[in-house]
Design a protein around this ligand. Structure first.
Ligand SMILES: Nc1ncnc2c1ncn2[C@@H]1O[C@H](COP(=O)(O)OP(=O)(O)OP(=O)(O)O)[C@@H](O)[C@H]1O
Length: 239
């Protein structure tokens, strides 16, 4: 289980010469095997929460526990060793490596071409075209994003975090994206946290957390939260 306990995140705004409270006492638990979608209005603090889970930024105060262990002071690498993975961490750092090599690195073992191709085709990439491609600026943003998702699938992490996976993926249908997440949860039985505004993604969640003004406004079963997010009601007016 991942637990965020009373997380505050404050930054100093030099222009305005004042401190800004971005997260203001976030408490959230994500159970093993759970699929949670974090949603809410723009600027509410969702990406900041994702970065705090991954260890990209450190909270000003509060604690993060993973499988009962306090991981607040672990960096990205330390958390990766514990089984926390996220989709946008990989490719840019590995410029020059081939997609196939990266998939092997992600899997942590030798994988044959067929297995690598399965990962790529799951994210809608024609494996033959990409397996020998190098990670460099010739890949489009959408291609890179799909490769990142394929790498995370290959890693089979205990906790996978995806920040707006739908962003930048235009031609690849949501249906495929949603199927990738369903399959990942089924096969790995790991927890999945997705930051998303998309109803289609929320529909496959176990629970939904609504973040606004740096706080958890609501958290509950999809069946309870999703109807409130439908246009025309109070909560949706804020999203
Ligand atoms: N380093 C920073 N310095 C100043 N303000 C910041 C910093 N990081 C985040 N913010 C502000 O904190 C707020 C929350 O940002 P965050 O990216 O977490 O929101 P979000 O809920 O993910 O938004 P969106 O739905 O638009 O992606 C925003 O108003 C953002 O401008």
């Amino acid at each position: 289980m991942l637990e965020l306990r009373d997380i505050y995140y404050e930054v100093h705004d030099d222009d305005e010469a004042r401190d800004v409270n971005i997260l203001r006492g976030v408490n959230l638990k994500i159970e093993d095997g759970e699929f949670m979608v974090i949603t809410g209005p723009n600027g509410g603090g969702k990406s900041t929460i994702a970065k705090i889970i991954m260890g990209i930024i450190k909270p000003t105060s509060g604690q993060i526990f993973f499988q009962g262990e306090d991981i607040t002071n672990l960096d990205i690498t330390g958390r990766a060793r514990k089984g926390i993975g996220f989709a946008f961490q990989a490719p840019v750092r590995f410029k020059g490596l081939k997609v196939y090599d990266l998939l092997k690195l992600a899997a942590g073992q030798e994988i044959d071409v067929n297995t690598a191709c399965v990962y790529l085709s799951q994210v809608g990439l024609c494996a033959a075209d990409y397996i020998e491609r190098e990670i460099n600026d010739s890949l489009s943003g959408g291609e890179l994003k799909r490769i990142e998702i394929a790498l995370l699938i290959a890693r089979k992490t205990a906790l996978s975090v995806f920040d707006e996976p739908e962003a930048g993926i235009d031609l690849w249908s949501f249906k495929n994206l949603v199927e990738v997440f369903e399959k990942q949860q089924r096969e790995v039985n790991g927890s999945i946290v997705i930051i998303s505004h998309q109803e289609r993604i929320m529909e496959i969640a176990d629970r939904i957390a609504v973040i606004a003004d740096g706080k958890v406004k609501e958290v509950g079963a999809k069946a309870d939260i999703l109807p409130e997010l439908i246009p025309g009601n109070q909560v949706c007016d804020r999203i």
